[in-house]
Design a protein around this ligand. Structure first.
Ligand SMILES: [Zn+2]
Ligand SMILES: [Zn+2]
Length: 375
């Protein structure tokens, strides 16, 4: 339907409106109690509701609730007053993705879900959490014994043996887990271009970020944060707006837990090793060593748990985004809209337009909407 220009304005913001608009497209004010008034001529006295079924052509931008055609720069639906931000974002997404697919039909990077690798990593992390917890508990036990309590159970030598074995297993898990983690990050980061994400800053840093001394104290966390943010299913395609969002809380827990746990663990390990060699000549030092090592074990276990959650979240977000990027086509948009309209028509819930004046004998009757005023 072609909108007719009538000289009407919104009383609140002064925007031009038409007689069939139930809400102001600029400020969302409803057209009740004669809020919309003619720019010229006397104010209309009588108002009666009029039902219009004002459907947009499938494929053209439309209000998701009442399916009326929407036009730039409308911020509110003229028929039902719905805020149009998400509707515009979606319409734009469909078209940007369509153009992108058309232009890159042959060179498009393929999306490969990071989930299988993520599951392998999660299994390793789960084992790591178990081992770190065992080390932490044994440390606490030995610490209690050095204070003269908790004498029951296995001998201290057996506990120390368990602890050594657990540390060997932990070292193996750290090496294998580290390799799998870096591979997973490469896969997940490599997916971003296929997920229509632009403005990537660390493409060449995913592996190097772990290796370059100094930089590896912060870069892996930045990459993980970017992975999490950029994989947001609804982040607009090829916009850098994804960078503005907050990073994941789990990212902080993972990274600072890992750094702090590693540093403390290294110190504790050295203390215990030196004191064991000196056959517990200074029990106070051994106690400090055990305490520090136990603390480190629990910190590392928490860090591993946070990483486990992050890996799951990033994998889920990427899968969801991949599905969206694939399914948001103009054809799908139009089909969905047609189905919605049909459903709405069957329900009989097309947006009624109230507040338009009754036809006047002085206005030509050819067009129903040209009913405004006696001027
Ligand atoms: Zn207004
Ligand atoms: Zn609407």
């Amino acid at each position: 339907m072609q909108r007719v220009s009538t000289d009407l304005a919104c009383k609140d913001c002064g925007s031009t409106v038409t007689s069939s608009d139930r809400f102001c497209p600029a400020c969302g004010t409803p057209n009740s109690s004669s809020k919309f008034h003619p720019n010229f001529g006397p104010t209309v006295k009588r108002f009666e509701p009029k039902i219009v079924s004002d459907l947009a052509e499938p494929g053209s931008p439309s209000c998701p609730r009442c399916h009326r055609l929407i036009e730039r720069p409308d911020e509110f639906c003229r028929a039902c007053g719905m805020e149009l931000g998400p509707a515009w974002a979606r319409y734009q997404r469909v078209h940007i993705l369509h153009t992108w697919r058309q232009n890159n039909r042959w060179t498009m990077a393929r999306y490969q879900s990071a989930q299988p690798m993520g599951v392998a990593l999660q299994v390793i992390l789960f084992l790591g959490i178990s081992v770190a917890t065992v080390v932490g508990i044994v440390d606490c036990w030995l610490l209690a014994r050095s204070n003269g309590t908790l004498r029951t159970g296995p001998s201290s030598a057996a506990l120390l043996q368990t602890r050594d074995a657990a540390e060997v297993v932990a070292a193996g898990l750290v090496i294998v887990g580290g390799l799998v983690l870096v591979s997973w990050m490469r896969r997940a980061y490599g997916n971003l271009p296929a997920l229509a994400v632009g403005d990537l800053r660390f493409s060449s840093w995913v592996v190097a970020g772990w290796l370059v001394p100094g930089i590896n104290l912060i870069r892996p966390k930045q990459i993980m944060d970017d992975l999490w943010r950029a994989s947001h299913p609804l982040a607009p395609p090829f916009s850098s707006s994804w960078r503005l969002g907050p990073g994941p809380v789990w990212g902080h827990i993972w990274w600072w837990g890992l750094l702090l746990g590693s540093a403390i663990g290294l110190a504790g390990h050295t203390l215990i090793a030196t004191n064991a060699a000196r056959s517990v000549s200074e029990p106070a030092d051994l106690q400090v060593g055990l305490f520090v090592s136990g603390l480190a074990s629990f910190l590392l276990a928490i860090a591993a748990m946070a990483l486990l959650v992050l890996v799951q979240q990033v994998g889920d977000r990427q899968d969801e985004r991949a599905h969206l990027v694939e399914s948001e086509t103009p054809a799908a948009y139009a089909a969905e809209m047609a189905a919605d309209q049909l459903a709405a028509e069957l329900r009989g819930s097309m947006a009624p337009v109230f507040g338009t004046p009754v036809p006047s004998p002085l206005v030509h009757h050819g067009d129903e909407r040209e009913t405004y005023g006696r001027y």
